[in-house]
Design a protein around this ligand. Structure first.
Ligand SMILES: [Zn+2]
Length: 695
């Protein structure tokens, strides 16, 4: 998801805000209980925390820092066992279940319906016998009786008024099941199932054994496609024709893992947690439509013209963007192989947790080669309606996609899929494996930022399959962190540095983060994604999450150690399900540093950092640590003869006490001492960072 300032939340997603105004903080409305809980937590925390016992005067404040709290042994929330190792990697007995999907869907643009059959092949690699299978039914969020609708219903109505949307019914019946069957062995039997909100439980005729037990589930279903109000998935009317952004379009198996068994958090707005497997899917649409789908198009000969097939072949060998279907052709029937009736597009994608697609008769389509490590290649592509064409707009999209995929592949982990597609439509600012949805009107640096961000999600959480619904910082935070580099480096820094509502809007991160740390309502990074109040979701999970990674890389471990460890984390957990504790352990073990003080201060708490210069006494300096958070602290000393020296005080400076007297050996007395001279640390009070010696 993006944090672009022109976007607002609606159930499950963000849509462009036509008036460029921020919506009221709707998400807080969902959680009055949480607010109470948080207030209580803050109150208890304040009672317990020595930091809160603020006294007057620097020395009294210095006494408020308690090293016994900062450096206490830390028990991470997740366990170490045979499944998850102490070094943060998957353990020797790590297991993960597997879901393969075969889907055949047809789009009815008149009725605005999708009808489909689904065959799920589910493999239970766990050691447990499963008496039932839980599935996720995200379309059910649009039902009037859903939890999400109860929470977001009022917002939906307001959004409609604001966006002057058509007076359509802003709800659906969700998934309607025509049949649900279980196949195990030679038998196919009608399934015994219940639907609860956005979940379905299939109670199996016979329990599914562990260690590789396999069964198939056959489902026939249909659903009403939501309008633009659908958020993450929708149909909408562009200037020349409809665009369908199809996501969460099939029932999928929930994750059964070693952390909590079935993970059945309902879909009330926060994103997803899905198993990996191979997908084969067939989409039957009116013949005048172009379909962009996750993975590889398997039958171009059936659905494209000879010209388009030739151009695709050319794009595979071109670093420059090549039109597959030009803006002029987007309204030309000759650009389609058939006229009237339908065509079936067949796509295939391996090792993925999801697939999504978009369809429209008015798509312009272009592509270019992505150059991957080891001489491999993939295709960067964009599809967009004619009004998105423009030299400052979607003409550049494919180059943004290409550059982002190439950079992240080189720096972090090779992009594994055959194509990366950017779609301009109405479900803007949303990511899926191999395909992302952005805005028809996006242009300039906003189009660059949102494209880099959504494509960046290919790594987190599409390759590294963390639980977005519980651990947003491992999704939005990690992704925003890698996006900073893309913004800094693309076309010589044309769009850098990244300063948008995702990251340090309105100033330098060391300053802008203070607003977040000072906010007593701010949740920690460990809270589940739906529990972020709307106005704090981006500042905490995106910005604080990403800035934590910047501090870890630039200030704590240094790029050499950080990159090595983070790459190992990505490799170890590619196509797997890491928990926050796995990440913490991997960065400590492979980064070579006990970081318990950082996890506790930055992730488990919103502690503040403040190092002060107390006094200069000839050749010695007294410094004090006033905040409960510690960080390696660069200090610059200027001597009266004009020379300078710098050291970085390690966090161990504060292991036993909050004050430190540093004596320097130099022929000239000290003239000035400055803490954090490069302005890189989130120092809560810069007023005490600099002291001049008495003349
Ligand atoms: Zn995002």
């Amino acid at each position: 998801m993006p944090g672009s300032s022109y976007s607002v939340f609606i159930p499950g997603r963000i849509i462009p805000n036509l008036n460029d105004t921020r919506e009221a903080p709707v998400r807080s409305a969902c959680s009055p209980l949480l607010r109470v809980a948080r207030t209580l937590f803050v109150a208890i925390f304040c009672l317990l925390s020595p930091v809160a016992a603020l006294a007057q005067g620097a020395s009294a404040q210095a006494a408020a820092f308690d090293p016994r709290v900062t450096f206490a042994p830390l028990t991470l929330p997740g366990p170490v066992n045979d499944y998850r190792s102490a070094n943060g990697a998957p353990g020797p007995s790590y297991w993960q279940n597997e879901t393969g999907y075969e889907l055949r869907a047809s789009l009815d643009p008149v009725a605005k319906q999708l009808r489909a059959t689904e065959v799920i092949t589910y493999t239970n690699n766990s050691p447990d016998v499963l008496p039932s299978i839980w599935l996720r039914l995200e379309q059910n969020i649009y039902r009037k009786d859903s939890r999400g609708y109860a929470i977001m219903g009022a917002l939906l109505r307001r959004r409609r008024a604001a966006a002057q949307a058509a007076s359509e019914e802003m709800s659906t019946e969700g998934f309607v099941f025509d049949s649900v069957e279980v196949e195990s062995g030679q038998q196919i039997v009608k399934a015994d199932y219940l639907v609860n909100d956005t979940r379905m439980q299939i109670r199996l005729p016979e329990p599914l054994p562990g260690h590789g037990g396999r069964l198939k589930i056959h489902i026939r279903y249909h659903y009403q496609i939501p309008g633009v109000w659908g958020g993450r998935t929708s149909w909408g009317m562009s200037e020349k024709g409809e665009i369908y952004d199809m996501a969460q379009w099939y029932p999928r198996v929930a994750v059964y893992d070693d952390l909590r068994g079935w993970d059945t958090l309902p879909y009330i707005g926060a994103e997803f947690y899905l198993e990996y497997g191979n997908f084969d899917y067939y989409l039957t649409v009116p013949s005048n439509m172009i379909v962009a789908g996750s993975g590889e198009l398997m039958n171009p000969q059936d659905v494209l013209t000879k010209t388009e097939i030739d151009r695709l072949a050319r794009a595979r060998n071109s670093d420059k963007t090549v039109y597959i279907r030009t803006p002029a052709e987007a309204s030309d029937p000759a650009s389609r192989p058939n006229h009237g009736g339908t065509l079936t597009w067949h796509f295939h994608m391996d090792h993925t947790r999801d697939v999504s697609w978009s369809a429209s008769a008015v798509f312009v389509w272009d592509a270019a080669r992505i150059n991957l490590p080891g001489g491999k290649t993939a295709l960067a592509m964009s599809v967009y309606p004619p009004e998105s064409v423009g030299p400052d707009a979607w003409d550049n999209s494919t180059q943004y996609v290409k550059d982002t995929v190439e950079r992240f592949s080189k720096h972090w982990y090779p992009y594994p899929w055959p194509a990366a597609i950017n779609v301009a439509g109405f479900s803007t600012g949303m990511e899926y494996p191999g395909i992302v949805f952005d805005g028809i009107q996006d242009k300039g640096k906003m189009l660059f930022w949102i494209t880099a961000h959504e494509i960046g999600h290919s790594w987190f959480p599409m390759i590294v399959g963390s639980n977005e619904r519980r651990n947003a910082f491992m999704d939005e935070g990690f992704n925003t962190f890698i996006d900073i580099e893309e913004s800094a480096d693309y076309a010589g820094g044309k769009f850098g540095p990244k300063r948008d509502s995702e990251y340090s809007d309105g100033g330098e991160p060391a300053d802008t983060i203070l607003k977040v740390l000072d906010n007593p309502e701010a949740p920690t990074l460990m809270i589940r994604a739906d529990a972020y109040p709307w106005q704090l979701g981006h500042p905490v999970s995106y910005f604080k999450g990403a800035y934590g990674m910047v501090l870890l890389r630039e200030q704590i471990l240094g790029p050499e150690r950080f990159d090595w460890a983070f790459r190992k984390y990505i490799r170890d957990w590619a196509y797997k399900h890491p928990s926050p504790s796995d990440f913490f352990r991997e960065m400590e073990s492979e980064g070579g540093e006990d970081l318990s003080w950082f996890w506790r201060g930055w992730y488990l708490n919103n502690w503040k950092y403040d190092v002060a210069v107390e006094k200069i006494d000839g050749s010695s300096v007294t410094l004090s640590n006033l905040g409960q958070l510690v960080l390696p602290t660069p200090v610059e000393v200027t001597f009266k003869d004009g020379t300078k020296t710098r050291i970085t005080l390690p966090v161990e400076t504060w292991l036993t006490k909050g004050t430190y007297v540093w004596t320097l050996e130099h022929k000239s007395p000290i003239a000035l001492v400055l803490v954090d001279p490069d302005h890189m640390l989130p120092d809560d009070n810069r007023g005490n960072n600099e002291v001049k010696a008495d003349q």
